[in-house]
Design a protein around this ligand. Structure first.
Ligand code: UTP
Length: 240
């Protein structure tokens, strides 16, 4: 049964790139989230942690040994869940200890959050054959998140590769169709990072998820969660 709007309206979904877990910025992100949660008492977060370079190294090693792709995906999922565990430990009492392994568990934990006094669900991947971006979009759909922030290593989506073109412009808004076009040409992506995958884009389009792609920094995140995102790229939808 759909939950009341008042209960749903304060859930934000964050996708954290796996690259942040071994960076200087990790502590800053944890501190920013703690400050925002202290200020915004009704806000609850589901944070999906990427696997980053650690996952990629394991996957490369397994691949060289001839391990099948589905099993390699499972290894990637395990690494993303380890990152999620570190993240939940860093947040202490604010976060559930349990790392959900299904979409229904996420919904259950969110329902329990006010009873248990927990404000954050931290998680990694769910199923082989997709990325944590797809997981984040699915969670945003399931919990009817008001916002989905995709925090990456780049400022947002550019009209062309800023490393090759000095006049490349950061797009403040992009349609799903435009983004699909840009993603089709991997070389056009700044740094070559996967900002979104096709599964995530399909979910964003079908549920018109309020999605913002921005750089993964503590200061930016704090402003974004407070509703002040005059940076990054927002996905917009054509009128139907
Ligand atoms: P990520 O989605 O985190 O890849 O999952 P990534 O490109 O490293 O993302 P960032 O850079 O941290 O943002 C790591 C790997 O885990 C598997 C995939 O193999 C993916 O490449 N995975 C992850 C799944 O198979 N299913 C999932 O639900 C999540």
């Amino acid at each position: 049964m759909p939950r009341e709007k008042s209960e749903q309206s304060n859930i934000n979904v964050l996708k954290l790139s796996g690259s942040i877990f071994f960076s200087e910025g990790f502590r800053e992100i944890v501190e920013s989230i703690t400050r925002v949660l202290d200020r915004m008492k009704k806000l609850r977060l589901v944070v999906i942690c990427g696997g980053g370079s650690t996952a990629r190294r394991y996957i490369e090693a397994g691949s060289r040994l001839g391990v099948d792709k589905a099993s390699l995906d499972e290894i990637g999922i395990q690494i993303s869940r380890l990152n999620a565990r570190i993240f939940s430990l860093a947040l202490g009492d604010l976060a559930f200890e349990q790392i959900p392994s299904s979409i229904s568990q996420v919904a259950e934990l969110i329902t329990l959050s006010s009873i248990r006094g927990k404000r954050v669900v931290s998680m990694g991947g769910l199923h082989p054959g997709q990325s944590t971006n797809a997981v984040a979009a699915l969670v945003a759909e399931k919990v009817r998140a008001t916002k989905f922030f995709n925090l990456t290593d780049v400022e947002g989506v550019y009209d062309k590769d800023p490393k090759k073109f000095r006049d490349a412009k950061l797009l403040r808004t992009v349609t799903v169709e435009q983004l699909e076009g840009i993603l089709r040409n991997e070389a056009m992506l700044p740094g070559g990072y996967d900002l979104m995958d096709p599964v995530a884009l399909r979910l964003i389009r079908r549920s018109r998820i309020n999605t913002i792609i921005l750089k993964c920094g503590g200061k930016e995140l704090e402003r974004a969660l407070s509703g002040r995102y005059d940076f990054g790229t927002r996905i917009v939808f054509k009128r139907v």
